[in-house]
Design a protein. Sequence first.
Length: 180
Amino acid sequence: MSPRTAARLAWTLWAASLAVLAGAVALGTANRHALADPNELSLLLVFLCFATVGAVLASWRPDNAVGWICSAIGITAFLGGLSESYAAYAVAHPGTLPAAGMVAWPGGTWLWYLTVALTVVFLPLLFPTGHPPSPRWRPVGWAAALAVAVVCLAAGASPGPLGTACRPTRSRSRRPGRRG
């Protein structure tokens, strides 16, 4: 891949990350879910930094995997957020969004595992050169990739609810005979 093509791809991924983030925030706002929680805001900023650093690194050094991993961390995190926001809106407003279960599936089951694995396994393994520290580390990378694939497949295939965003919220009601 030419450096110019790699730079265009890197910044296209960054723009796609921002578009996905905007969609997640828009659906969250439509769901009356404000981003006032400092933990959510800081997590959003962290993943936005990953996407931005990834775009810069991948456009300057397309042969270094660290930039592409950072870009993937940002976009997978935002896709998970969009998926959960989409599902929460579909549950709150039945029949308004098509294929809610299919869109909710990645964010409610396996996408977070992939994001965490990229962040805590593959980024440290390949930092700073984009290659493992020595050839002896290659089996560790392949074993980690296999483990992540198995975990993601198992999470995606497991029956049950699709995360917390996909369940309708219940209002607290007073028990009969209780005052307060």
